[in-house]
Design a protein around this ligand. Structure first.
Ligand code: ADP
Length: 460
């Protein structure tokens, strides 16, 4: 087993990985930017190294600085968390060259899944259903026009290197296509330095359903059930739950098998997520595979009782998975809310700054993953995620009630937060019935921001 792991991240996920290391008797080593000197992950660590100025490009994305620290501190592995270098194939390769284990899949696998147009092609070959669309990359607006005419409008223009909902445009009419294609490509170039585009049919009012998978070096691949991540704003997830109300047992089984087939086709190792959209008729389509631990992984940890970060570390150290598929048991219902430092009443504008008084929820069935502490500073340089509240209960309705009361207990003085919006979602009759899709938030936003739905209850 590893002796010392460098955690190449910050915020709640750095804290999360720290905890796994400590429980495994592995020494965690922190790195931080100048804006994060006082951050919780730095305070928890016995060893912490500054890797550069606040800007991510100068610190958390600085491969050389991170590898230099890893060597100097005698680390035998690096955990990248999510975001930053977690899906950077060159970084995974550089770790390998340096003789340091990268806790994730190989650079080649990351590269293969990182190009979403190529990943689609690979999945189709493996018999995993993909959204109807282009065969690989689309180079020009004219080409896009021809493909869109063939598959039918509306279509979705996507960036092959895309992530975080960037470089993506919905096109409802042929007349819009050329301008939106150029716009999407411009955004993709600016965000990812890569203007490769592809086309998919826009599935109307789909559910976003993803499957957690885990694979080891010996070729064992297991799936750990689904997460329904259909509560999204601008293609960014806000609330996730498992199991999904949208799946029948038969569909769940079929999708679970497809997720395992996808991982096998990719020659996968470590933790990964196979993402699908499910249309109104219950057809499912692969959209992408994320080759890292996800923000919403605790949902799966609560329904399966498996520590996914621990499992990641074990697998990277060459150990087999600690359970077989037959030994995975799903129980109860889990739900996660992302508490973001943003102001929904003012166009969700980011709200960094100093946190004053802080009270986090707790009690039976409640888990909070956060880098917050009273008096901490939220730098403006990074994402707005402040905390994740994850609840577990035997049934969905009990989980909803537990989440409502958890949000009611939360007090974060200082930055604006999206807590009230989440609370309103948890009272919306359609949400309570489990009757929602990726259009839910946009459709109901005005009502959710002004309405006070608390107190009433609908039948599930
Ligand atoms: P990113 O990597 O940028 O997050 P994804 O391919 O994962 O992009 O898609 C993000 C979100 O966009 C999905 O969760 C879903 O809500 C929506 N989406 C993606 N592809 C389609 C599609 N073909 N039809 C409808 N919605 C889609």
């Amino acid at each position: 087993m590893f002796k010392r792991i460098l955690i190449a991240n910050r915020g709640e996920i750095a804290v999360r990985v720290f905890r796994a290391c400590r429980e495994m008797d592995i020494e965690p080593v922190a790195v931080y930017s100048q804006a994060d000197r006082e951050a919780l992950h730095v305070q928890l660590a016995e060893r912490a190294y500054c890797i550069g100025p606040a800007r991510s490009a100068d610190s958390y994305l600085n491969m050389d600085a991170i590898l230099t620290v890893a060597r100097a501190a005698g680390c035998d592995a690096i955990h990248p968390g999510y975001g930053f270098l977690s899906e950077n194939a060159d970084f995974a390769d550089a770790c390998q060259t340096a003789g340091i284990a990268f806790i994730g899949p190989s650079g080649d696998v990351i590269r293969a899944m990182g190009n979403k147009a190529a990943a689609r092609a690979l999945m189709r070959k493996a018999g995993v259903p993909v959204v109807p669309g282009s065969d690989g990359a689309v180079d020009t607006a004219q080409q896009a026009q021809a493909i869109a005419d063939a598959i039918g409008y509306p279509v979705l223009i996507k960036a092959a290197a895309g992530g975080g909902g960037r470089g993506m445009r919905r096109v409802y009419e042929p007349a819009q296509l050329k301008a939106l294609f150029e716009e999407a490509r411009g955004e993709a170039l600016a965000c990812f330095g890569d203007g490769e585009m592809y086309l998919e049919k826009l599935i109307l009012r789909p559910r976003h359903i993803e499957f957690q998978i885990m694979a080891d070096r010996e070729g064992h691949v297991i799936q750990l059930g689904e997460r329904d991540c259909s509560i999204q704003r601008r293609n960014q997830k806000l609330l996730e739950e498992s199991p999904s109300r949208a799946l029948t047992p038969a569909l769940r089984e079929e999708m679970g098998k497809a997720a395992v087939a996808a991982a096998r086709a990719a020659g996968y190792e470590n933790a990964g997520t196979v993402e699908f959209v499910v249309d109104q008729e219950g057809h499912f389509y692969f959209i992408e595979m994320n080759t890292r631990i996800q923000v919403e992984h605790p949902v799966t940890e609560l329904t399966t009782g498996l520590d996914l970060v621990r499992e990641q570390i074990r697998v990277a150290a060459g150990l087999p998975l600690s359970v077989s598929q037959e030994e995975v048991f799903f129980r109860g219902h889990a739900m996660e809310c992302r508490i973001n430092a943003e102001d929904p009443a003012h166009g969700f504008r980011p709200s960094p700054g100093k946190v004053g008084f802080l009270h986090l929820p707790g009690g039976f069935g409640v888990r909070v993953d956060t880098g917050l502490y009273p008096g901490c500073e939220l730098p403006a340089y990074y994402d707005s995620l402040m905390a994740k509240i994850i609840v577990y209960a035997p049934t969905r309705l009990e989980a909803i009630r537990r989440m409502r009361r958890s949000l009611e207990e939360l007090i974060v003085e200082g930055p604006a937060a999206n807590t009230d919006l989440l609370h309103q979602i948890l009272y919306h009759p359609d949400f309570v019935r489990g009757n929602y899709n990726t259009g839910f938030l946009e459709e109901h936003l005005d009502t959710l921001l002004t309405w006070s739905g608390s107190g009433e209850e609908v039948e599930q």
